[in-house]
Design a protein around this ligand. Structure first.
Ligand SMILES: Nc1ncnc2c1ncn2[C@@H]1O[C@H](COP(=O)(O)OP(=O)(O)OP(=O)(O)O)[C@@H](O)[C@H]1O
Length: 534
């Protein structure tokens, strides 16, 4: 056996013996500690007793001791009592818990100090913010939640602070969010007239709301859910096996809509394809779809061959053919509507059924078209975007925020309903929504979280329903089943009798038949095959 092993063993034996000894002598230690405390108490009492009373006190104690000695079993009882009381007072006493410090006194001085460099100037003779100042002088009110996190704060700031400049405001918002915790979203209400800023921490929106049939009127699309303060409407929602009501973000489409087209941008994996699927499932209830999957990831394969879905294209040639048909269909619809109006007749059924052009990452196809010398598919959207409202053609484009420069100006100008999803900085949010946000997003946002702005309305928070790809095996089965239940089948559309079918279908010629120059093939309307259109 090596020396090292001897030493280790010896150490173990010594430690075990020490532990046993400590266990054995624990009662004696307890009593000894108690006796020490008794002696200490007696000493302090003796010193506290005035000198003239010490003699009588000593006499009284001696008489007591004598009495005890004279009693039958007195000395024994006295020893037992002394030992018991020593054991009692020798216990380890837990220190009284120190009261939790007031979170306001811990967090608000730090917040005040962090704001001081931005809101103080040396020339101010009566500064609201100064290095040796108190937060109570500048902060008008505050509230903390049960976990000690800042829930609301109202601060005052000097009138000379440049609160009309977005960059100056953004700096203050950044400091406030950093000090109050980046894990939550905050709303900033700037009262420019009174030089006051109200900061409110926002509760997270409910996530994972499964796809389901929403209670809306035709033409209304539920993009997701928001704060109760942002809308006066509530719709029934089943979530986690319970029924309740949630405030929806509704996008109104159709001939009377001020925002007939939508553009959604997001960071990678933020849920833009999921948003497109959410819209597709609702649009299918009353209209027909044409889907272009520019990324070619097959995320919309669940729509292939579904009643009401004209085509799901993933190739450049297929997309060009389908969009060319959509442009001519828009033209045809307009002509038919104008003729009906001219004759004073109701609009024919085949032009009043909404047509939806859903484009996922079309800029991928734009790049491909440029490389191969084909026309840009986005150019074919011009007519549907300009005339779509009258012709009941709605365009929805979703793409990555990095591709915003490649989105055609016509799409950006005509798509006045905007959605932005994912972790984005304030500049990207502003670019996507067209206005600065008075909200600071949390650092980590779940999939489907973002903001929506319909037309000129102020932006609202948005959580898109979890309309997952039913072919995505990694998605939870209950969410996939919910989507499958909404997909129309050949014999029914949304579990209801099939509505009359439109009298025209896109027929995309095989790519091989396309001309050598790469021009998009014409989509033929095969009216002869109306009996079996799909
Ligand atoms: N609202 C949501 N609720 C729950 N999960 C979601 C939601 N939106 C998206 N997801 C999940 O997040 C992942 C990414 O979603 P999605 O494919 O829609 O994002 P994307 O923005 O299209 O991604 P990419 O940038 O790759 O195109 C998927 O697994 C999807 O199921």
């Amino acid at each position: 056996m090596s020396l090292n092993r001897h030493l280790t063993r010896g150490r173990d034996v010594a430690r075990t013996a020490g532990d046993h000894a400590a266990d054995m002598f624990a009662p004696l230690t307890l009593i000894a500690r108690g006796l020490r405390r008794h002696v200490g108490w007696t000493k302090s009492r003796w010193q506290a007793t005035p000198k003239e009373r010490r003699g009588p006190a000593l006499l009284l104690t001696a008489a007591g001791v004598m009495g005890v000695v004279l009693l039958p079993h007195g000395p024994l009882l006295a020893v037992v009592t002394l030992v018991a009381s020593a054991a009692w007072s020798g216990r380890e006493r837990k220190p009284a818990p120190t009261p939790e410090p007031d979170p306001a006194d811990v967090k608000l001085p730090a917040l005040y100090a962090a704001l001081t460099p931005y809101l103080a100037t040396p020339d101010d003779v009566c500064p609201l913010y100064r290095p040796d100042g108190r937060y109570q002088d500048a902060f008008a009110g505050w509230a903390f939640d049960a976990d000690g996190r800042l829930a609301a704060l109202e601060i005052g700031y000097p009138a000379y602070f440049t609160d009309t400049e977005p960059t100056a405001r953004a700096r203050i918002e950044q400091v406030l969010q950093a000090k109050a915790g980046r894990g939550r979203e905050y709303r900033f209400d700037w009262d420019l007239e009174c030089s006051r800023l109200q900061v409110t921490a926002l509760a997270p929106l409910p996530g994972d709301i499964p796809a389901q049939t929403w209670v809306t009127t035709p033409g209304e699309i539920v993009l997701g859910f928001t704060d109760p303060q942002a809308t006066q409407r509530m719709i029934p929602v089943s979530h986690d096996g319970r029924s309740g009501h949630q405030p929806p973000v509704i996008w109104r489409t159709g001939p009377r809509s001020g925002e007939p087209h939508l553009l959604a941008l997001g960071s990678t994996g933020s849920g833009t394809s999921t948003l497109l699927r959410t819209i597709a499932l609702q649009a299918l209830a009353h209209g027909d779809l044409l889907v272009i999957d520019g990324a070619g990831t097959g995320e919309h394969a669940c729509l292939v061959n579904r009643p009401g879905v004209h085509t799901v294209e993933t190739s450049l040639r297929g997309a060009l053919a389908a969009l060319d048909w959509a442009a001519r269909e828009t033209e045809r619809r307009l002509a038919a509507l104008n003729l009906a109006r001219y004759r004073g007749e109701p609009a024919p059924a085949d032009v009043s059924r909404p047509l939806w052009l859903l484009l996922d990452h079309p800029t991928e196809l734009t790049e491909l078209a440029q490389a191969e010398g084909h026309p840009d598919p986005q150019d074919l959207l011009e007519l549907p975007l300009r005339q779509g409202r009258a012709a009941r053609v709605t365009v929805v484009v979703v793409d990555a925020i990095e591709a915003v420069d490649r989105i055609s100006p016509t799409v950006r100008a005509a798509a006045r309903a905007r959605v932005v999803l994912g972790d984005l900085d304030t500049q990207d949010l502003r670019l996507a929504l067209g206005v600065p946000l008075d909200l600071a997003p949390a650092t980590l946002t779940p999939a489907g979280r973002g903001y929506a702005r319909i037309g000129a309305q102020p932006p609202v928070r948005l959580q898109v329903p979890a309309t997952v790809d039913p072919l995505d095996e990694e998605a939870p089965a209950r969410l996939r089943d919910a989507v499958i239940a909404l997909l129309p089948h050949r014999d029914s559309r949304i579990e209801a009798p099939a509505p009359p079918r439109p009298q025209h279908q896109p027929q995309v010629a095989p790519a091989a038949e396309q001309d050598a120059a790469g021009a998009a093939p014409r989509v033929e309307l095969r009216k002869a095959e109306l009996g079996n259109p799909r």
